[in-house]
Write a protein of this length. Sequence first.
Length: 443
Amino acid sequence: MIRSTVCACGARKRIVKPRPIKSSPAARPKGIEGFFADLGPGLITGCADDDPSGISTYSMAGALFGYSFLWSALLSFPLMVTLQTMCGRLGLVAGRGLAGVVRRRYSRWVLWGACSLLVVANVFNIGADLGGMSAATEMITGVGAPVWTPLYTAVIVGFLFYSSYRRIAQIFKWLTLVLLAYVVTAFFAKVDWHQALAASFHPRPIWSRDYLEVLVAILGTTISPYLFFWQASQEVEEQRAAGKTTVAQRMGASNEDLRRLRVDVSAGMFASNFIMYFIILTTAATLHTHGLVKIETARDAALALRPLAGNAAYVLFTLGLIGTGMLGVPVLAGSCAYAISEAAAWRGSLDARPHRARDFYVVLAAAMILGLAINWLGMSAVKMLFWSAILNGLLAPPLILLVVLLTSDRKVMGDRVSSPVQKLLGWISLAIMAVSAIAMFVC
């Protein structure tokens, strides 16, 4: 269905109302094979969420407050699944990324305001992650971090410039296995499971500035703005890879598409929070138990683990930090490029060669270079990793509001609007993050 509306500036916009698509009768693998066949953008998005900034935040939570924050992994899981499913559904139904939908539905100040929030948070996060990866590599090699930061930047930029989306997706899928290092590390620690389970299901929040800062950081690094843009854009990329090159071909979603999306996103968010839970568990059982509460980065946590849990735990923790950076930083830079390109109506895709999507790749490279520059300005990587998580927590609420409104709008979603339960969880996510941020400043 196509009809016209008149926007505030007087221009006439065409709104295409998507129609549901019937499920394809094509056969699909069953059982375990079918489950893994469904995994894709959601799994990558979830695992990219556990970047060096996130690992540092979880390490600090475990070191400072012991098992007290384990409940946050259980609370954030349904909220993450809901919001990322909303974003994926938006990309599937509208055939565009999040910024592309905002551009067609809202005014320019809303569009560029949302993109500005994303870019600020992402550039800072890229800088923090590059610094964390370099510091971890210095621990293993003895070569100074200033050597590794530009090297990692060049490798990631080259990889994104000269590889196809399909190749990138395949590599990222396998790279998610590096997160298992944090599960294995937990078995080197002597966990008090009775205390851990009690803290998981019986939260006892503390009204203090330190506690609230860590809470905002945890929420910011689990429910991050860049994940919203990345999820929607990757669903579009998946459709492009399947041969749906035009928006008209991509609009609408079958029941099978939505089922696959739910499986993919749920698996990705579960993996993300499973790793989060084990990092808090490990650092609580080792660092907090031994009074080592002055942990400000994952690097500090890795060094402290060495005498407490052995060299194997130290090596696994450190290699995991480097691997998660290689997964998370490209997602941060890529989400910037997708958002700005969609907002400016440029051609942009990781499947397009740089000479065919020049503006897209310029934004991607610029985000990486600005992140590198933050490290060269002498800002402490120790503080950047934690404060980038807090920044994400502060900037997320306005973008959550956009996601909830867009996925509840029949002009955008047609009959595929969010269910009442999804809407409720979306509003709860917004309320929790906004209240936590306000409380942090008030306390």
